[in-house]
Design a protein around this ligand. Structure first.
Ligand code: GDP
Ligand code: IMO
Ligand code: MG
Length: 425
């Protein structure tokens, strides 16, 4: 048996979707363990190109179970749209199960995410959320007034809860935000109709996991976002409302932590972020612009241009420390193919003092990165499949990252398609 957690080592969008799609060819069960449709996981394979938001990136393996764990935040309408899109492409969905304990992103959560952000923007403190209702949904979960997916299946129960909840949210919406109230009846009819379509896919995901564990099968846990946006250990408050770490994987999927046999941190060969908050290696010059254009760095969910900069080894070491990476998958190496010189941030200066850890956000906002520079290779890498195929300077770059992060790099992607991967064994 193996339980492999695949988690983001930076600020999200590291290429988790493409790594999971590849690894899932050998997996029996794939579980998305946290987050919601704030995710955009791009997969390019023989079925086409997909930006998955809620559905695990293992969905293209027809023999595997794909689960949405209790730790996820599920928008039923968005999930159905994604299912329809995949079905049209001929992808089988009969082994997709949503935990009855996952939380529902209700229409008012999405409205409140937009209103909260607009209010914060006026005060100059916007988080830059995806406006998918993720923060308000997890807020209600922690406040113990959320709805679990299984609750959508009992009409009488749901009707009573929706009337109470919409009335409470309307007070906020009208009195605090001075916006238009929501219609409880309409909310009820919308989610009830969606739940009827989802009904065959709602169930107890623990049963599937227990069967897989008993049969010694291979389980993959797919994270959303990255460690620097972790609610506890990220750049708070510029974070999401869940835990994208290996610890979050065990909790969100519902597996004992000791069953996790390996943790793959996914890191880009440089760094990107969307949304506000400190990003020490951000390059607001033509180098950053070039990384954005060559890397196609525009959000898979919101289309926002991503902020770009050099690889930040302090951030990746922080992520490795939190999740206990047993290996790294380094993505998008090909994007650096034409750069003459490549920077690596090996530490920060905080008020002139060297530090090697990620400090509190108000301190991280004023650090200066310390760089070392490596020569580029200025040759295409897209056709490389084994380490020896890579140009010598690219090999040295990978080995240097490995050394500074103190984690072996076992996979190196050199293109967005499933097959464009250098495997190091
Ligand atoms: P995720 O959220 O971690 O799954 O990552 P995203 O899908 O949001 O962002 C990764 C982007 O990089 C997508 O557009 C991928 O198609 C693309 N991508 C992934 N791996 C590679 C690679 O090795 N090379 C190139 N050029 N693009 C890649
Ligand atoms: P994947 O899974 C990149 C960012 C938002 C914002 C912060 C909080 O594709 O890597 P939220 O909507 O979660 O309340 O926003 O987190 N963010 C992401 N950035 N990739 C994502 O997902 C993201 N999901 C949220 O930009 O800064
Ligand atoms: Mg993404």
């Amino acid at each position: 048996m193996s339980v492999k957690a695949v988690v983001g080592a930076q600020w999200g969008d590291e290429g988790k979707g493409r790594v999971v799609d590849l690894l899932a060819q050998e997996a029996d069960v794939i579980v998305r363990f946290q987050g919601g449709s704030n995710a955009g996981h791009t997969v390019i394979n023989e079925h086409g190109k997909f930006a998955l938001h809620l559905i695990p990136s293992g969905i293209f393996n027809p023999g595997a179970w794909n689960l949405l764990g209790a730790g996820t935040a599920v928008n039923p309408g968005e999930l159905l749209a994604e299912m329809d899109h995949l079905a049209e492409a001929g992808v089988k969905l009969d082994r997709l199960i949503i935990s009855e304990r996952a939380h529902v992103v209700m229409p008012y959560h999405q409205v409140l995410d937009g209103l909260d952000e607009a209010k914060r923007s006026k005060g100059g403190s916007a988080i830059g959320t995806t406006k998918k209702g993720i923060g308000p949904c997890y807020t209600d979960k922690a406040g113990r007034i959320g709805l679990q997916v299984g609750d959508l299946l009992d009409r009488d129960w749901l009707a009573k809860r929706v009337v109470e909840l919409v009335a409470a949210k309307n007070e906020l919406i009208t009195r605090i935000y001075e916006a238009e109230p929501m219609d409880a009846e309409q909310v009820l009819e919308t989610v009830w109709a969606q739940a009827q379509r989802l009904r065959p896919h709602i169930g107890d995901t623990l049963e599937v996991l227990d069967t897989a564990v008993a049969a010694d099968q291979h389980i993959l846990l797919e994270g959303q976002l990255g460690a620097l946006r972790d609610l506890d250990w990220g750049t708070y408050p510029y974070v999401t409302s869940s835990s994208p770490t290996a610890g979050g994987a065990a909790a969100g999927a519902g597996l004992p932590p000791y069953l996790i046999t390996s943790v793959v941190g996914v890191a880009k060969a440089y760094t990107t972020a969307v949304g506000a908050g400190p990003f020490p290696t951000e390059l607001e010059d033509e180098v950053g612009q070039r990384l954005r254009e060559v890397g196609g760095e525009y959000g898979a969910t919101t289309g926002r241009p991503r902020r770009c900069g050099w690889f930040d080894a302090v951030a990746v070491r922080h992520a490795a420390r939190l999740s206990g990476f047993t290996e790294l998958a380094l993505t998008k190496l090909d994007v650096l193919d034409d750069f003459g010189e490549i920077g690596i941030c090996t530490g920060y200066l905080l008020d002139g003092e060297p530090i090697s850890r990620v400090p509190l956000t108000r301190q991280l906002e004023r650090v200066t990165p310390v760089y070392e520079t490596m020569p580029g290779w200025q040759r295409p890498t897209v056709d490389c499949r084994v380490f020896a195929d890579l140009p010598a300077a690219a090999q040295r770059y990978v080995e240097r990252l490995e050394e500074i992060c103190a984690v072996p790099i076992r996979q190196i992607s050199v293109g967005a398609e499933r097959a464009a991967m250098v495997e190091r064994g």
